[in-house]
Ligand binder design. Sequence first.
Ligand SMILES: N[C@@H](CCC(=O)N[C@@H](CS)C(=O)NCC(=O)O)C(=O)O
Length: 215
Amino acid sequence: MTAILWGRRNAYNVMKVECLLRELGLPFEHRDIGSAPGDLDTPAFRQLNPMGRIPVLAIDGTHLRESNSICRYLAERTGDAAWWPREALARAQLNAWLDWELASWQPAFIDLFWGFYRCPEPDRDTTSIAHAAERCRACLASLDTALREREWLGGSAVSIADFCCSIGLHRYTHMGYPIELPAGVARWRDQLMARPAWQATAMADFSILQGRTEY
Ligand SMILES: N[C@@H](CCC(=O)N[C@@H](CS)C(=O)NCC(=O)O)C(=O)O
């Protein structure tokens, strides 16, 4: 059965799931939602995701929500230990990166992206932007420390942690804010740029979002 990915394709968390579907070669259809005001609040959509958020993935007879959980499921579903290790400790280490992405990196990045790129220039709050940029730098410094010791976050094999943690990096370096990637993160990003699934999702044009405070 073909999976259905619900969401706005240029939404950060939707991009993670599309990237993984492409990486795994899983056929999927896309249903655009989350672009028009109120369309995530309809009773029909709330049946798919009571939280009223995207992405939602219709697959295997059910609807899954939460991008990192969807990615875990897709990776586990392949049965391939390279995508989702069988050993509990190796899983815990990848889960730590997925949790870090949701709890630390994503909030810092989203604050910078919204504060700087999505906010119309005259309305920008430079103090908040500088604070968000500092949080981003601190996150990337931690990521860099890990990536100086290993090829991918999980070691020698690419995993969902690499996709979920990297999906915003192209935006980070291309939104016009003066910021640089630490060397280890830049090397990792270059490896990801060579992958067609990452090119098609993480590197997709996002200029429609500039100065736009509505979805
Ligand atoms: N933790 C959720 C967050 C989902 C989320 O907030 N998605 C954003 C798009 S990236 C959204 O639905 N925004 C629409 C809104 O807030 O109304 C996940 O990882 O899936």
